[in-house]
Write a protein that binds this ligand. Structure first.
Ligand SMILES: C[S@@+](CC[C@H](N)C(=O)[O-])C[C@H]1O[C@@H](n2cnc3c(N)ncnc32)[C@H](O)[C@@H]1O
Length: 252
């Protein structure tokens, strides 16, 4: 699993491919039982050592088989959804501490992974929440994580929405999505369009990754909060110590 962990920072180019169909997992669908069993067997209900101990999540921990198993035995795409990333932790903490940000809003969590930020939006009274991740397994994990927290799952969209028409959202959340320069650049121009056409509010959580700090979008962000990462999160994230939440204020 350590081998898998070291691959997390690399984004697959397939992540940027477009598709015309919308693949969704709504709360009325029962996800594949085999996949649910696989996730249950290979993760542990955790989250207590994160910035948001009040949210429980199915994650990889040292107790899980694939923590040490050879990565090639993992049968799916790299499981980004089984890690609660420092950027997502800060963003989720911020939402829980400022419930008015989501209250009554239509919220889109892009690159939702384990679904923690979408879960926080639901807990804070958002009117409508969509969790979007191109990894179909992430959608099933998000359903299971909602159940773990006694919540109805959000709609999970599994297509690449970056670059597509994204009307209808008041708030767009991006937790730890600036880990790759090409992805950051496509996000930047898409966010400009979302703000220009629909006036969406955009919140970003990032622990100061080089691809984020060095990107053009960085000078257009206003810092809203900074959190010190818990010790265990620092250890798993190669020396990162803090994670911040930013609001995007483009000069359009
Ligand atoms: C670093 S993880 C962050 C997950 C979560 N937001 C968090 O902070 O814990 C990035 C996630 O973005 C997803 N992703 C990558 N490219 C994407 C795209 N174009 N659209 C939607 N999700 C994408 C990956 O599958 C992965 O789950």
């Amino acid at each position: 699993m350590r081998g898998l962990l070291t691959r997390y920072v690399k984004v697959s180019t397939t992540a940027l491919k477009q598709t015309n169909r919308r693949r969704c997992l709504s709360n009325s669908c029962r996800p594949d039982e085999h996949l649910r069993s696989f996730i249950a067997e290979n993760t542990e209900a955790a989250g207590g050592e994160s910035l948001t101990p009040e949210i429980r999540l199915r994650l990889f921990t040292p107790k899980c088989r694939f923590w040490r198993e050879r990565p090639e035995l993992w049968p799916f795409d790299d499981p980004y959804w089984a890690i609660y990333w420092p950027g997502g932790q800060a963003l989720t903490r911020f939402l829980l501490d400022n419930p008015g940000v989501c209250l009554g809003k239509r919220v889109l969590d892009v690159g939702s992974g384990c679904g923690a930020s979408a879960i926080a939006a639901k807990l804070c009274g958002a009117a409508h929440v969509v969790a979007n991740d191109i990894d179909t397994v992430a959608a099933v994990a998000t359903h299971m994580n909602c159940e773990l927290n006694g919540l109805e799952p959000p709609i999970c969209v599994m297509d690449n929405m970056i670059g597509s028409e994204s009307g209808g959202f008041d708030l767009i959340l991006l937790g730890d999505m600036f880990y790759d320069e090409a992805l950051a650049t496509s996000l930047h121009s898409w966010l400009n369009r979302c703000i220009e056409t629909h006036g969406a509010d955009v919140l970003i959580g990032d622990p100061g990754r080089a691809q984020f700090e060095g990107h053009d979008i960085r000078r257009l962000l206003r810092q809203l909060a900074e959190y010190e990462l818990p010790e265990s999160v620092r250890e798993e994230n190669y020396g990162l110590t803090c994670s911040s939440v930013w609001r995007y204020h483009p000069e359009l």
